[in-house]
Ligand binder design. Structure first.
Ligand SMILES: Cc1cc2nc3c(=O)[nH]c(=O)nc-3n(C[C@H](O)[C@H](O)[C@H](O)COP(=O)(O)OP(=O)(O)OC[C@H]3O[C@@H](n4cnc5c(N)ncnc54)[C@H](O)[C@@H]3O)c2cc1C
Length: 432
């Protein structure tokens, strides 16, 4: 379970390179049209849309901006689902709802980069495309179809044959792969600070160190309670993601928390970059034990991993990720590690996003599934539309009551077992 404060023992590449966040000042008002709980991408995007629409909006953040996954992630902007193909989504939902959801997901990266442009956010944004190389012939067949499905939906997605993937990555193990030209990479904390600055410019307010303890209905209004303070409001948006303390539990317990480790190396040399990322495209392959890499503005390599056994994982995973980068990318030497950090992502059981209704005018959303940068941009826009009075029927994601997962406390164990199984499957595919 993530901790709320910006943890000084868990600095990230982003805290080292972002510069200062926006100036937040002012007293907490006692009334607002809408209160948003949680100052990550979801909360700030929701607040931005509401403030642009002329509503008074307060964002209450328990820790510092960036205390959650929005400050800890790797900055890959990926406009699709981690595990669900367009075909799978169409099997789960009626065709019109499925296509509306696919269009929402598929345009997520465009939405992020458009907000960056519209609000003049300086966050090292590079919309250079996102690559998904296929590991094994079976996966290549799946990706070929997936690329066709996305292209039919009007998305700039194509299948690249194995020689094209080799020139994009320098790697010989792949049987082709998919490129989504709308994807890319950002500096996530600068993006978060930029969103916060935009909320303030449009008239919203943001309060750090403001953990919400209660949300109570009182006649036609809601009363949002913090230590020593109360805010009256017409609507409340819960944007607390994987957190499970107090008020956040009703949403955080609906998914499986995954502790993810991120590693940034010292900057690498120009010749290697030319070989492994000539167009600076971020890469995430199809292996169950995912192999990912991207470059930051200063040409550090960023990659990540998870641990089956959490004990002593911090140092072990740091070393293992560098080991893997060096061997998969055939780097001339082991790059030095600049920094290792960790954060908690949350996966819903079917890998699809959720919109929750906790009461009349009390809503929440989880972008989730490791691809939250693009998804939270869409989720924030939808939550704002709902708070502005749009009916749920017109939405691509159903509004539903939240149901905590049974045995939520044991789900990390299930995740560890799933990871062990995934590594075995990758090993088996590699032998075929
Ligand atoms: C290590 C890691 C790597 C990732 N990499 C990527 C990636 O490369 N690309 C990608 O697209 N996605 C990635 N993700 C996922 C992505 O970061 C998340 O989906 C996204 O940031 C979720 O945003 P959010 O605003 O919903 O939640 P968060 O950013 O977690 O924000 C929730 C906020 O709520 C606050 N809060 C909690 N309880 C309260 C309370 N009671 N009162 C007030 N505030 C409260 C928290 O302090 C926190 O700031 C990654 C996630 C992790 C952990």
């Amino acid at each position: 379970m993530p901790s709320h404060a910006a943890d000084p023992t868990n600095p990230t590449l982003w805290t080292l390179t972002a510069g200062p966040g926006p100036e937040l000042s002012g007293r907490l008002p006692s009334r607002s049209d809408i209160v948003v709980i949680g100052g990550g991408f979801t909360g700030l995007t929701t607040a931005l849309h509401l403030a642009r629409a002329g509503k008074s909006v307060i964002v209450l953040e328990a820790g510092k901006l960036g205390a959650g996954a929005s400050g800890m992630n790797a900055g890959f902007v990926v406009p699709n689902f981690a595990k669900a193909d367009p075909a799978a989504v169409r099997q789960k939902l009626p065709r019109d709802k499925a296509d509306a959801l696919l269009s929402l997901v598929g345009t997520g990266a465009d939405e992020v980069f458009a907000t960056i442009t519209d609000e003049n956010i300086s966050c090292d944004a590079e919309q250079v495309g996102w690559l998904q190389p296929a590991y094994g012939e079976d996966m290549a067949r799946i990706l070929r179809q997936r690329a066709r499905d996305w292209a039919e939906l009007g998305r700039p997605v194509e299948f690249l044959e194995s020689n094209a993937i080799r020139s994009e990555t320098g790697m010989e193990i792949y049987s082709g792969g998919l490129i989504d030209h709308s994807g890319g990479a950002i500096h996530p904390l600068k993006y978060l600070y930029g969103l916060a600055g935009a909320v303030l410019r449009h008239g919203g307010t943001i309060h750090e160190n403001s953990a919400v303890e209660s949300v109570m209905r009182d006649g036609s209004v809601w009363r949002v309670g913090l230590a020593g303070h109360q805010v009256e409001t017409d609507s409340v948006i819960l944007a607390t993601n994987a957190f499970t303390d107090g008020i956040a539990a009703r949403m955080g317990r609906t998914g499986v928390p995954l502790k993810v480790y991120q590693v940034a190396t010292k900057p690498i040399d120009a010749a290697t970059i030319e070989r492994i990322a000539p167009h600076r495209r971020p890469v995430g392959d199809t292996r169950s034990n995912l192999f990912t890499y991207r470059l930051d503005r200063d040409n550090r390599l960023i990659s990540g991993g998870m641990a089956i056994n959490p004990i002593g994982a911090f140092d072990r995973i740091g070393r293992a990720v560098v080991e893997r980068l060096a061997s998969e990318l055939r780097l001339p030497s082991h790059p030095d590690v600049e920094i290792v950090w960790t954060g908690t992502a949350i996966m819903t059981p079917d890998f699809l996003p959720r919109l929750y209704r906790f009461g009349d005018g009390f809503l929440g959303g989880i972008g989730c599934n490791g691809r939250g940068i693009a998804m939270t941009a869409q989720l924030g826009r939808i939550l704002a539309r709902l708070a502005l009075g749009e009916t749920a029927e017109s939405l691509p994601i159903p509004l539903q009551p939240s149901r905590p997962l049974p045995f939520h406390r044991f789900t990390p164990l299930v995740a560890s077992l799933a990871l062990a199984h995934a590594r075995f499957e990758d090993w088996r595919t590699g032998r075929q």
